[in-house]
Design a protein around this ligand. Structure first.
Ligand SMILES: CC(=O)SCCNC(=O)CCNC(=O)[C@H](O)C(C)(C)COP(=O)(O)OP(=O)(O)OC[C@H]1O[C@@H](n2cnc3c(N)ncnc32)[C@H](O)[C@@H]1OP(=O)(O)O
Ligand SMILES: CC(=O)C(=O)O
Length: 526
């Protein structure tokens, strides 16, 4: 048996607080998971959740999966009910999937206190349900709920659950760390003991780990190292409470660290795209710092890192980011050294190699400005303008010079608050005075500048303010508090961010706005 990559984003992932997939969302997520190359997609619980019943109905005609098989999830029959009479078991068959996953109690305390039945009846529920579904032609996986907790208090009963499920025809018995409390050494110890006690080979076992100790990925890897061939997880680790094992990290670790090819050729590099697309559908901001898939997974801030990366990127990256579809990024901040500045500039198309004095000047300016509250980490456009101001042959053209600006905020009798700005500027030798209103002082300033500049630069109409962020920074070393403004501008299919800092919020915004217009106009003429 090869490895079974089993995704439960649409079932366990959907149990995460804040996620509510529509049927259309579920179909879209299933297509993405299939593109990522997983072998099984657990689509939900038909008969329990109406959207899941509908998902399986539509999946029959609307999904054309290349790699994955759909799995319907449900529970063993009810205690004291004949399996053929259990409507929940009937709904599993009606989902018409090739495989079914059954959640079964595997911990005596749950049998007695949650199911309120006898140990023997629980085993009969497992046996009857598995045999019934297998007789109906389904592949059956049994999820042993609370398996590890149960086994550690009563290994004989845990072993009986495994033997009952497999003897009844289950393809794989999945050991679940339902409360997510295990550590990797404990997972290994239970699997080693179980296989020795029962003679069941680890290749008949599966693993499903919740992330309550932040060990779900490590626990899953430990189980695979102990011989388990079926492993479950979810996209981005979504799941009940802190979540499930992040399937992306599990798969990447197995392929890249242990050399076990678990995905079809060419699929691993789809990871970042699939991860972010599923996050969008789940309406959860992608986790920037997620291992492998996060935007910062290969982002380097420290100057020492950059100086080694300049020699060889692998000196400070554990793998080549491209193998999972990610990119390396160099961040320019107060922690930058000359190597960081050189690499970042190269990323922006500016070659500073062989210009040690320029590099030192830019590095020192960045450090001084950052000490005063500037932040270039998220403001590539302002950083590029700063570097270019040190390069006579690439210095950006100034679209105008400022004589003065004035902004007023008027609170009217009727409660309306209106801002008005006037700018006096020189554009291509002409003195221009322009006034505009706005819903706030920054909006009014932006509008007034545009009124004054558009006759000379009609391309300004092609871009506009997309986002505006303000942060008040604590004063230090005897200075007052300062305001940092980040302005995001969008146009012509791209966006760029600029920064401004001052103790006055309008002046900080002015700096960021002027950089935004200068950069945008410069780009329009490249
Ligand atoms: C560990 C996991 O995450 S497993 C996945 C859990 N997912 C979900 O619970 C989401 C979907 N669940 C649901 O929609 C509902 O809980 C349903 C439809 C399944 C059941 O709803 P209800 O019939 O109202 O029952 P309720 O949720 O209150 O209790 C669960 C019942 O299932 C029984 N049960 C629990 N586990 C099992 C099992 N493995 N096998 C058989 N019966 C079980 C409980 O004993 C309880 O029975 P009771 O109603 O006779 O007391
Ligand atoms: C089945 C499952 O989701 C669990 O036991 O955690």
């Amino acid at each position: 048996m090869t490895y079974q990559v089993y995704d439960t984003t649409l079932r366990d992932g959907a149990q995460r607080e804040g996620i509510s997939f529509s049927v259309v969302d579920k179909l879209a997520v299933a297509r993405l998971l299939d593109e990522f190359g997983v072998g099984f997609i657990e689509g939900g619980w038909p008969g329990a959740v109406p959207k899941d019943t509908e998902f399986f109905r539509r999946a029959r005609t609307e999904l054309n999966l290349r790699h994955a098989l759909l799995v319907a999830f449900g529970a063993t029959r009810k205690a004291g009910v004949a399996v053929a009479d259990d409507p929940q078991v009937r709904a599993l068959l009606d989902a018409e999937t090739p495989a079914i996953a059954l959640v079964a109690k595997a911990d005596l305390r749950h049998v007695e206190r949650a199911l309120r039945t006898t140990p023997a009846e629980n085993l009969a529920m497992i046996r009857d349900t598995v045999a019934h579904l297998v007789a109906e032609g389904r592949r059956v996986f049994v999820d042993g709920e609370h398996f590890f907790d149960g086994y550690r208090t009563d290994p004989a009963y845990g072993a009986a659950v495994v033997e009952t499920a497999l003897d009844a025809g289950a393809e794989v018995m999945v050991l679940c760390d339902t409360n997510g409390g295990m550590l990797p050494s404990q997972v290994t110890a239970v699997i080693t003991d179980l296989t020795a006690r029962t003679g069941v080979g680890p290749e008949r076992l599966g693993i499903h780990c919740q992330n309550d100790t932040a060990c779900a990925v490590a626990n899953t890897i430990a189980a695979v190292e102990a011989g388990v061939r079926h492993f479950q997880g979810t996209a981005n680790g979504y799941g009940e409470r802190p979540g499930n094992a992040d399937l992306f990290a599990v798969v990447a670790n197995l392929q890249l660290k242990l050399g076990i090819p678990v995905l079809p050729e060419g699929c691993l590099e789809q990871m970042v795209r699939v991860s972010h697309a599923i996050a969008e559908i789940a309406n959860i901001a992608p986790d920037t710092h997620q291992a492998y898939a996060g935007a910062a997974a290969f982002a380097h801030k420290a100057g020492l890192h950059a100086s080694a990366i300049k020699v060889d990127p692998l000196l400070y990256n554990h793998v080549d980011p491209a193998v999972v579809g990610n990119d390396m990024r160099i961040l320019v901040t107060e922690m930058a050294g000359r190597a960081s500045i050189e690499l970042k500039s190269r990323e922006l198309g500016l070659d500073l190699a062989g210009r040690p004095e320029t590099l030192s000047r830019v590095t020192n300016r960045v450090k001084e400005l950052e000490a005063g509250g500037w932040s270039f980490e998220a403001a590539d456009a302002s950083f590029e303008l700063l570097v270019r101001s040190e390069l006579p042959e690439r210095a950006p053209a100034k679209p105008f010079t400022l004589e003065s600006y004035r902004v007023i905020v008027e609170h009217r009798e009727d409660g309306a608050v209106v801002s008005e700005a006037t700018v006096k500027i020189r554009v291509r030798g002409e003195r221009v005075i322009a006034t505009a209103e706005g819903n706030g002082p920054v909006n009014a300033l932006d509008e007034a500048l545009r009124v004054g500049l558009t006759r000379h630069y009609p391309e300004l109409r092609g871009f506009g303010l997309a986002d505006y962020k303000v942060r008040i920074l604590e004063g230090s070393q005897g200075t007052g508090a300062v305001t940092r403004v980040l302005v995001e501008t969008a146009g012509a299919g791209r966006d760029w961010t600029t920064v401004g800092v001052h103790h006055n919020v309008v002046e900080a915004s002015w700096h960021a706005l002027v950089d935004a217009l200068t950069y945008g106009l410069d780009r329009a003429h490249v």
